[in-house]
Write a protein that binds this ligand. Structure first.
Ligand code: ADP
Length: 447
């Protein structure tokens, strides 16, 4: 096992990794920008190294700075968290060249799944069902119009390099195609430096269902059921739960096996998430994320496993600590994302926290790097905490969510806590009756 690992991230996820490392007897090295010198992950880690100025590009995204920090501290492996360099194949390659272990999959797997056209093609070949759409990239507007007609409107034009909901445009009818095609391409070019797009059938009433997989890198893999992340704003998740309220044990076993078999066949290593749209009893693959996800704690809650610990074990060459038959679901878990944002427009709301109080009690987990007097810097994303509740069933989890939101205090900045309080009172949320479009519609009339 490693003696020391470096965490190339910040905020709650850096703290999450520090905690797992400490329980495993592994020393942790935090890295930070000058804006994060006072951050909780820096205070909690065994060592810390400043890797650059506030700008993420010059610090948390700086491959030379992070590799230098690793060499100076003597860390043997790097956990990337999510975001930043977590799905950057060049970074993984550079670590390999320096003899540093990446706690995650291979550069090749990251590269394949990071290009959505290649990912869909790979998954189709592995027997995973995909959203109907263009075969590969769509180079010209003439092609786009022809393919749109063939698939049948509405369709969605998506960037192959896309992420974070960017580079995605809906064409409801043929008349919208020209604008959707060109807008998706220019957004993709600006955001990802790659303007290749593809086209998919736009599903009108799907749920977002994602399957957690875990591979040992040697042809062994398991699945840990699904999460329903349908409550989204601008294609960004807001509220996640496991198991999915609409998924039966038979469906879970079937899609879970399909996913586990697929990643086993490519010798996938570590945690991964295979995302689907689910409509009328069918699953349609949209993308695979080759990292730990923000919403991983709901899976941890119902399976009673520590996914970060598992990632570290597999990266160190140890076997996974469970086999498929041992993974049994216990109860229901819900996560809500607490963002420093001002409603109703969700404008970022950085600033000083005058009071922070985390909820507690049975079945409540608060993953956050906040503390009294902490100043949320304006340079990074607005996620400041995740409240995760676990109950014997969905009803108990909902009651616990309502109760713990009532205990949570974050004063000094605006947050999305009032949104979650209001969502808890909604009958559709209470019954789990929603699709990926539900929240956008609800927001139009409720905020
Ligand atoms: P990103 O990588 O940017 O997150 P995804 O491909 O994962 O993009 O899609 C994000 C979200 O966009 C999905 O959860 C869903 O809400 C919506 N979406 C993507 N593809 C489709 C589609 N074919 N039909 C309807 N909605 C879609």
């Amino acid at each position: 096992m490693f003696k020391k690992i470096l965490i190339a991230n910040r905020g709650e996820i850096a703290l999450r990794v520090v905690r797992a490392a400490r329980e495993m007897g592994i020393a942790s090295v935090a890295v930070h920008s000058t804006a994060d010198a006072d951050a909780m992950h820096v205070r909690m880690a065994d060592e810390s190294i400043c890797i650059g100025p506030a700008s993420g590009t010059l610090s948390y995204l700086s491959v030379p700075a992070i590799i230098s920090a690793c060499e100076i501290s003597g860390a043997e492996a790097i956990h990337p968290g999510y975001g930043f360099l977590s799905e950057n194949a060049n970074f993984v390659q550079a670590l390999q060249d320096h003899g540093i272990t990446f706690i995650g999959p291979t550069a090749e797997h990251i590269r394949i799944m990071g290009d959505k056209i290649t990912a869909k093609d790979t998954m189709l070949n592995l027997g995973v069902p995909c959203v109907p759409g263009s075969e590969g990239g769509v180079p010209t507007i003439e092609d786009a119009e022809r393919i749109g007609g063939e698939i049948g409107y509405p369709v969605i034009v998506k960037a192959t390099a896309g992420g974070g909901g960017r580079g995605m445009k809906l064409a409801k009818t043929a008349r919208d195609m020209d604008a959707a095609f060109h807008q998706a391409r220019s957004e993709a070019k600006a955001a990802f430096g790659n303007d290749e797009v593809y086209i998919e059938k736009y599903l009108t009433t799907p749920r977002h269902i994602e399957v957690q997989v875990f591979g040992d890198g040697k042809g062994g893999a398991v699945h840990l059921g699904e999460r329903d992340c349908s409550l989204q704003r601008r294609h960004q998740k807001v509220f996640e739960e496991a198991p999915g309220p609409a998924i039966t044990p038979e469906m879970r076993a079937r899609i879970g096996k399909t996913c586990a078999d697929a990643v086993a066949r490519i010798d996938y290593a570590g945690a991964g998430t295979i995302e689907f749209l689910y409509e009328n009893g069918e699953f349609y693959f949209i993308e695979m994320n080759t990292r730990l996800q923000v919403e991983h704690p709901v899976t941890e809650a119902i399976f009673g496993v520590d996914l970060v610990r598992e990632q570290i074990r597999v990266a160190a060459g140890l076997p996974m600590s469970f086999v498929q038959d041992e993974l049994q679901i216990n109860g229901h878990a819900i996560e809500v994302r607490i963002n420093a944002e001002k409603l109703p427009n969700f404008a970022p709301s950085p600033g000083r926290i005058t009071q922070y109080h985390a909820p507690g009690g049975l079945g409540v987990r608060m993953d956050s790097a906040l503390y009294d007097g902490y100043s949320i810097p304006p340079y990074y994303d607005s996620l400041i905490g995740k409240l995760i509740v676990h109950g014997r069933d969905r009803e108990e989890a909902m009651a616990r969510l309502r109760r713990s939101l009532g205990e949570l205090i974050v004063d000094g900045v605006d947050t999305t806590i009032p949104l979650h309080v209001a969502l808890c009172e909604d009958p559709d949320v209470q019954s789990g009756n929603y699709t990926i479009h539900w929240l956008e519609k609800w927001l139009e009339t409720h905020l």
